[in-house]
Design a binder for this molecule. Structure first.
Ligand SMILES: Nc1ncnc2c1ncn2[C@@H]1O[C@H](COP(=O)(O)OP(=O)(O)O)[C@@H](O)[C@H]1O
Ligand SMILES: N[C@@H](CCOP(=O)(O)O)C(=O)O
Length: 295
């Protein structure tokens, strides 16, 4: 039996749609695997009642198929599905690391990225790898057609998840087909600022670089209370706020000293519009971790 803990992730970070992602210190999925003649899946934990145990419909089933590694797979969900924290990706990343080890496939973490992304294709219609890459590698990742670039980073963040859900598949439906060149120029500048900020562990540059006028405005319309939560977080000292992944989670970057105030302002703003929410005060953190002999 092998156990792997794979972290939640926040993709896009505003200016890096389908490209940027960060691993978060919490929450995380824990996946346990044992060799078997065919793949079976059981699920407990956050939102498990909404997740199919059929291997043909679960991201970990797609990973087991891609690695030709049938197994008895148990998933303990820490990452609530359809909240914008890469829930389906966390399970897929954990399964990829665990099954690679269980069957001695010898693949590197980078080589596991496209394999774990097969699971994302199953649930969102496209094999976007901006969640699985940071969940596997940790830190800040940049995914392009040519591969993944990773840097370790330790930026304080608050991820605030309202009780509502938005499916990634639906949120991909509102992404515009094209954009004015002025907005593209702004977004490229912001993305570059953000990437440099990650290399310097600089919350101010990362927060400033999250601004995006192309995809984010279309998605915020799907999130009740977004504008109020964003304004409250900025007022409380956040250096930048954006939609986490496809939403409805909202991600704020801040200095460590402001983290509690920012979290409380975001919870209060959701509450003011009648929505319960939960806030994770955490940091950009490590990728999937293997516990070879753990129960
Ligand atoms: N192992 C899994 N963990 C979470 N969700 C899964 C898993 N396998 C399949 N799903 C399905 O994927 C969808 C959630 O994925 P998605 O909309 O991309 O949100 P998220 O950002 O939380 O991954 C749900 O319909 C869920 O049933
Ligand atoms: N780039 C994807 C990221 C989806 O992230 P999730 O955590 O909401 O699944 C997108 O924006 O569609």
């Amino acid at each position: 039996m092998l156990t792997v803990r794979a972290p939640a992730t926040s993709a896009n970070l505003g200016s890096g749609f389908d490209v940027f992602g960060v691993a978060l210190g919490a929450p995380a999925d824990v996946v346990r695997v044992e060799r078997a003649s065919e793949t079976t899946i059981s699920i407990t934990g956050a939102g498990s009642q909404y997740i199919p145990e059929d291997p043909k419909k679960n991201t970990v089933g797609a990973v087991a198929d891609a690695l030709d590694a049938p197994a008895r797979i148990r998933i303990d969900k820490g990452v609530r599905p359809s909240s914008g924290l890469g829930s389906s990706a966390a399970s897929a990343a954990a399964a990829a690391v665990a099954l690679n080890e269980l069957y001695d496939r010898g693949l590197t973490r980078e080589e596991l990225v496209p394999i774990a992304a097969e699971g994302e294709a199953l649930v969102s219609g496209e094999a976007h790898a901006d969640n699985v890459a940071p969940s596997l590698l940790g830190g800040f990742t940049v995914v392009t057609a040519d591969g993944v670039t990773q840097v370790d980073a330790s930026i304080p963040v608050v991820a605030c998840l309202p009780e509502t859900t938005v499916s990634t598949r639906d949120a991909r439906g509102v992404v515009p087909e094209s954009a004015p060149i002025g907005d593209v120029v702004d977004t490229v500048g912001n993305a570059a600022t953000l990437a440099v900020g990650m290399t310097r562990d600089d919350p101010e540059a990362v927060g400033r670089g999250m601004d995006d006028r192309i995809v984010t405005p279309e998605r915020t319309a799907l999130i009740d209370g977004y504008t109020q939560v964003r304004d409250a977080a900025l007022e409380a000292g956040a250096t930048g706020v954006t939609v986490s992944g496809a939403g409805p989670g909202v991600l704020a970057v801040c200095y460590e000293a402001d983290q509690r105030t920012v979290a409380s302002a975001m919870l209060g703003a959701f509450s003011d519009v009648g929505i319960d929410s939960r806030a994770y005060q955490t940091h950009v953190g490590e990728g999937a971790r293997l516990y070879p002999n753990a129960e």
